[in-house]
Design a protein around this ligand. Structure first.
Ligand code: DX5
Ligand code: ZN
Length: 230
């Protein structure tokens, strides 16, 4: 849903990815991160990316068992046709890839009309500039900082200038659009992302390889907040 009390742009949010969690115990794994703002669910179809994860039925079961809202990241080829299934499954935010969507404006409007936050993702080599005029259609832009498909990859610093340019375009148009980063986000890399203007942070392996995942969520939030205020 797009609750009226959604945090404003600039408020730091941590959205752990369960891609590196134990899939045999997903409900318990989500319960280990009560401080998370959202749970990031990576949906992969083995076509858009060379990996296969969840479908809408599993996501619906997860949504029912989780007190934290779900943020679906759809790495699927036929986003135009399948994205709404994830709104119906109970996700509060649904992200499609612009490289997959045939009609991104129509799709963003459909996701909002169905009651979720609409978000659009860009792979590392996809520029933000062609989408300047549709920023007001989006509740969030996701800038990938690894090639999508797998957790545990190395953060790509080459994406930092794009984060900065995306934030500048959002400021120019005065839109209420969150800026999310995903891929290789850790205590070591989160500062550069926050300084560049990101406000929503996905972290998979950093959270689930930590001895105390919930403490790591809090540490990531504090580190990003401090970096943002510098
Ligand atoms: C990669 C996924 C990410 C991934 C992040 O395609 O979109 O959400 O799980 O994992 P880490 O934080 O380990 O890079
Ligand atoms: Zn993701």
């Amino acid at each position: 849903m797009r609750p009226l009390d959604s945090p404003p742009v600039g408020h730091i949010q941590i959205t752990p990815s369960i891609l590196n969690a134990d899939f045999a115990r997903l409900g318990e794994e989500v319960a280990r991160i009560p401080s998370a703002d959202w749970v990031h669910v990576d949906v992969m179809d083995n076509h858009f990316v060379p990996n296969l994860t969840f479908g809408p039925t599993m996501v619906e079961a997860l949504a029912r068992s989780s007190s934290v809202p779900l943020d679906a990241h759809l790495m699927i080829e036929d986003a135009d046709r399948n994205a709404l299934e994830y709104v119906e499954a109970g996700c509060g935010s649904v992200t499609f890839h612009v490289e997959a969507a045939k009609a991104p404006v129509r799709l963003a409007r459909e996701i909002r009309a169905a009651g979720a936050r609409a978000s659009m993702a860009l792979k590392p080599a996809t520029p933000i500039e062609p989408y300047e005029d549709m920023l007001s259609e989006l509740d969030m832009v996701l800038i990938m900082t690894v090639e999508p498909g797998f957790g545990g990859q190395r953060f790509l610093d080459l994406c930092l200038p794009k984060i900065r340019r995306a934030r500048a375009l959002m400021d120019k148009h005065g839109v209420e659009t969150w800026l999310q980063v995903d891929g290789g986000v850790s205590l070591e890399t989160i500062e550069r992302c926050a300084e560049a203007g990101a406000d929503v942070f996905v972290a998979g392996s950093a959270v689930y390889s930590a001895a105390d995942p919930d403490k790591m969520v809090t540490a990531l939030r504090e580190t990003a907040t401090a970096a943002q205020q510098r």
